[in-house]
Design a binder for this molecule. Structure first.
Ligand SMILES: [Fe+2]
Length: 369
């Protein structure tokens, strides 16, 4: 059970099977995010905004070899600090919250306790919730597995001691949330792993574990040559630039995955965009009016009439409240019209903001599709 005063979300990146965790103090709205993935930045940032959370820190449990961290992107977007182990040599560039065993990472009235759990890498950390109800074990302890120890100064001896001393000493009921799972498992517990983990659970001793780990014969991680150098820079791209969802305007990606743009910007840049109104014909004559020069194609006809949509300008889809036009952007993108966005709030917000409209009349010369 997640206590009412805690905001908790477990997010997943399917490409790298990585879990990202968002933890927030429900009262003060201060939050931390653990193990973000570069490619999921827009999703994770949208969730922070939609849940009205102020990010204190983006923390990595370790320097990952299988995906690029989103920590630098998060810092650019929110001004948060970047937390990672102080042990890495050379130190991780851009990490302004170097972490040591015993540190506390506070967010509002809650905190995470930092435990050094080296072995998968020498800087691996496990983050334990203040009430010891949850542990974010990174790649030290996985569900029915452990991190590998064959690169990045890994050591099976060190990992055995880390898990048995720092994780298995937590309360039985403490939930174990790892950085990855490749089989759809989302959570375990200390008691469960102490009993059933096939590498280090039951009666396994250090020698059993080390021997097991020495014979895994795992392939080299696919992303390692890209991920390690990027993660040594906290995920800052080599060109130092912040990638944007669109090159033509301040388009945002929502947590729902839709591309969205603000009505004020569209009103000021109308000649540079193509407005596509997807409401029903009868709505076009109602009191909200319509945007000048908007092309009208009702949503249910859009797929069949994609060829009528000009592709020389970015497309802004609009409807009554911004829901159907969101669906329209999915259809447009599916049809190869990738430069498009949904008008946030639809005609309702447009008219609340007092932006210019035209009442629709027969013979106004406007395009009606
Ligand atoms: Fe890892």
């Amino acid at each position: 059970m997640i206590p009412a005063d805690l905001v908790f979300r477990q997010l997943f990146d399917a490409a790298s099977s990585t879990y990202t965790y968002l933890l927030g103090d429900a009262r003060t709205r201060r939050a931390v995010i653990v193990d973000t993935v570069f490619e999921q930045h827009a999703r994770d940032h949208a969730l922070l905004v939609e849940l009205n959370l102020e990010l204190v820190a983006a923390i990595d449990t370790h320097c990952h070899a299988d995906h690029v961290t989103g920590a630098w992107l998060m810092q650019q977007a929110t001004g948060c600090r970047i937390g990672v182990s102080r042990r890495y040599q050379p130190p991780i560039q851009g990490a302004d919250l170097p972490l040591d065993h015993g540190d506390r990472i506070a967010f509002g009235g809650r905190h995470l306790e930092v435990r050094a759990t080296p072995g998968h890498t020498d800087g691996c950390l496990t983050l334990v919730m203040d009430d010891r109800s949850m542990a974010f074990t990174g790649d030290a302890l996985l569900i029915r597995g452990t991190g590998r120890c064959d690169f990045q100064r890994g050591s099976a001896h060190a990992l055995y001691r880390s898990i048995t001393r720092e994780i298995f000493s937590l309360p039985d009921a403490c939930l174990v949330f790892p950085a990855h799972d490749y089989s759809g498992r989302t959570v375990s517990s200390v008691a469960e792993e102490r009993t059933h983990n096939p590498r280090i659970g039951g009666a396994a001793d250090e020698r059993d574990f080390v021997e097991f780990m020495a014979n895994l014969n795992l392939p080299r991680p696919k992303q390692i040559d890209v991920a390690l150098p990027a993660n040594m820079r906290s995920g800052q791209p080599a060109d130092g630039k912040m990638p944007r969802p669109a090159d033509w305007g301040p388009v945002r990606q929502t947590y729902a995955g839709l591309l969205e743009i603000d009505p004020e910007w569209v009103a000021e840049h109308l000649p540079q965009v193509h407005v596509l109104d997807v409401r029903q014909p009868e709505e076009m004559h109602e009191s909200l009016g319509r945007i000048a020069n908007a092309q009208h194609v009702p949503l249910h006809e859009l797929k069949a009439r994609l060829a009528e949509i000009p592709s020389d300008k970015p497309i802004v889809a609009v409807c009554h409240a911004g829901m159907r036009s969101g669906q329209a952007t999915v259809i447009l993108r599916g049809g190869g019209l990738a430069r498009c966005a949904n008008l946030r709030g639809g005609m309702l917000l447009w008219s609340q903001l007092g932006l210019p409209t035209r009442q629709s009349q027969v013979g106004t010369g406007e395009r009606t599709g």
